[in-house]
Design a protein around this ligand. Structure first.
Ligand code: AKG
Ligand code: FE2
Length: 210
């Protein structure tokens, strides 16, 4: 495997810069998706706001509100189905999942996060899915961020990794429920996204009846 792949744990990988060649096309797709299902601030059960602005594409979208976290087939903001997942997104996620050994990954959900300066995401597990046999594929675009990658328990000390434009992190199998987070984004400028960072998180939710 080439030196662009950094192993973070037994079944966790950081692929440096691999999405860079198609990054402009990915950002164009995000613009199209958000023309249909705009970025919005989601609230939590406890009444706080989720820091990153979010939207989704694919058959299911991750949402948070006063009822908690879940996946829905309908965007609660538009009352329409989420925009379909662009072929470019699906191909990218499947290609790199397969490269690191996850050969049967077919994401049905893509959460799109938008981070402004000062916004991060606290340490958490991705566990709102009904199937943990499939990996998480996470693509970074725009302004850089520091990714915290912890263990399967919250109190395990995380390691820290710089995520730049075009980097992809993939974790699954034994590592599927590892805690992870994003430190607040520093004020910086990227020529394609200005002060913003975007992240695409691809998941296979398993069967969810919404
Ligand atoms: O923005 C990132 O790189 C991570 C996002 C994430 O962990 C999530 O949306 O669950
Ligand atoms: Fe996550």
């Amino acid at each position: 495997m080439s030196d662009t792949v950094i192993k973070l744990a037994e079944q966790s990988y950081l692929l440096k810069g691999v999405a860079q060649p198609i990054a402009e096309n990915l950002l164009t797709e995000i613009t199209h998706i958000t023309s249909l299902s705009p970025f919005r601030q989601m609230s939590t059960k406890s009444g706080y706001y989720v820091g990153a602005k979010m939207t989704n594409c694919g058959d299911l979208g991750w949402v948070s509100d006063h009822k908690g976290y879940r996946y829905t087939a309908i965007d609660p903001l538009t009352n329409m189905p989420w925009p379909s997942m662009p072929g470019l997104f699906e191909t990218l996620a499947e290609k790199y999942a397969s490269l690191v050994g996850f050969h049967h990954f077919h994401p049905n959900a893509c959460l799109i996060n938008q981070y402004a300066p000062g916004i991060g995401m606290g340490l958490h597990q991705d566990k709102d899915e009904n199937d943990y046999t499939q990996p998480i594929v996470s693509v970074s675009l725009g302004v850089s961020a520091i990714f915290q990658f912890g263990g399967n328990k919250r109190n395990e000390k995380p390691s820290y990794h710089l995520l730049n434009h075009g980097d992809i992190v993939i974790w699954g199998g034994l590592d599927r429920l590892r805690f992870h987070g994003i430190q607040p984004i520093k004020l910086a400028h990227h020529n394609l996204t200005g002060q913003l960072r975007y992240n695409l998180t691809f998941r296979d939710t398993g069967t969810i009846i919404d």
